[in-house]
Design a protein around this ligand. Structure first.
Ligand code: EPS
Length: 374
């Protein structure tokens, strides 16, 4: 199973192709669209989201709401294209308008413009933009439905915003209510402080990042591999999470904090009562690169967005003059969007790992094989 995306932030549309989906997976389109809408929300988002109203349009691979086994192609339209067609149209446009040469520190602008030999970093930033994640979320909605058919659920919440952090323990079932919160935080008092901070940052023309937690419940043990290191489940999940725009760190389970603890305090002791179980989950559901049947817990650190209204010091990469970086329209904080995108890429990586182990041309085969696992 494989997902490929294409599309630019202010181009006609974002598109995706999922190859290798088994047939007879029921596709719930309103559910995918609700998931897309969640990605657009959250406190601290910018004006762009007032223009967009993301919806999946399935082009192939589905008949009467059931996958056929053929590649599933879809698109998510960019409504803002109408305002940008004179600057971005593939058929011809004015490339001298809205040129981006005062490259933004932290963005792909400079490295990308040099690598792709561009005299305008816009050609790079259009693709590097987190707008692309709308395609991964549309696909993520489908991967979540594939996993859900096997009883595997993915959820999450925002753990911190710009240093305001909530370290309380939450049951998996409690996570769902995070989605109705303005910052997907479960601690109301911390969330209020974070919202006030976002207001202050907006006044200052500044931005904020945060930490997002993603959890997976119901995955049986043995997905991933200890035999080939590139196939370890933690490699697949962490790689997928690091592939999300603005993510700079990922940990599984106790992660970085385990390095400062004793072995006896870290490793999850094993018990048996009809099945193997643990009383702790510092491993975050993965041992030796394989799922161990416990909840998978992944945390990702999102850096503050690199488009600051106030502008940082930079160099115009054409004239080489010291300048202030382009203060483009953007978001102050996009941690809620990142939470939805991370759920999506985790779903994609897990669906690939499940498919690798179980195969199956149709959902009946996939379900039977999953059920037969010990
Ligand atoms: C982004 C800049 C902003 C964000 C965008 C990512 O877009 P614009 O330049 O049109 O204001 O809103 O994210 C989205 C459009 C989205 O849907 O997530 C950037 O530079 O990465």
């Amino acid at each position: 199973m494989k997902l490929i995306t294409a599309g630019e932030s202010h181009g006609k549309a974002l598109v995706g192709i999922i190859e290798g989906l088994p047939s007879n997976l029921k596709i719930d389109i309103p559910q995918i669209n609700r998931f897309l809408a969640l990605r657009q929300g959250g406190y601290g988002r910018g004006a762009r989201q007032k223009i967009e109203s993301d919806e999946i349009e399935i082009l192939s691979g589905v008949r009467n709401l059931l996958t056929t086994g053929s590649p599933l192609a879809f698109l998510v339209k960019n409504r803002d294209y109408e305002n940008w067609r004179e600057i971005t149209a593939p058929e011809g446009c004015d490339v001298r308008r809205k040129m981006l040469t005062k490259v933004r520190p932290g963005h792909a602008d400079l490295a990308g413009a040099l690598k792709y030999d561009q005299s305008d970093a816009r050609s790079v930033s259009e693709r590097a933009s987190a707008r692309e994640t709308a395609a991964r979320v549309a696909a993520g909605g489908i991967f979540k439905q594939y996993l859900s058919a096997l009883g595997v659920k993915i959820s999450g919440c925002v753990r911190s915003v710009c240093g305001i952090s909530d370290e309380r323990r939450y049951d998996f079932e409690e996570l769902e209510s995070a989605k109705s919160q303005p910052l997907f935080m479960l601690d109301g008092e911390k969330q209020l402080r974070a919202m006030e901070l976002i207001d202050e940052l907006a006044e200052d023309g500044d931005t904020a990042g945060g930490v997002i937690e993603i959890r997976v419940k119901g995955l049986k043990s043995g997905f991933g591999s200890c035999m080939q290191y590139s196939e370890k489940l933690d490699v697949l999940l962490c790689g997928a999470a690091m592939g999300v725009q603005a993510i700079k760190g990922v940990e599984i389970g106790a992660g970085f904090s385990a390095a400062g603890m004793r072995g006896s305090a870290v490793h999850d002791e094993i018990y048996f009562d009809g099945g193997f179980y643990r009383e702790t989950n510092n491993a975050g559901g993965i041992e030796g690169g394989m799922s161990n049947g416990e909840e998978i817990v992944l945390r990702a650190a999102m850096k503050p967005l690199p488009t600051l209204k106030r502008g940082l010091k930079t160099v115009d990469f054409i004239t080489k003059e010291q300048q202030t970086a382009a203060g483009e329209r953007s978001d102050v904080c996009a941690v809620c969007a990142a939470e939805i995108v991370l759920e999506s890429v985790v779903a994609c990586a897990l669906a690939e790992a499940v498919d690798k182990r179980l195969g199956g041309d149709n959902m009946r085969e996939v379900k039977e094989r999953y059920k037969a696992l010990r």
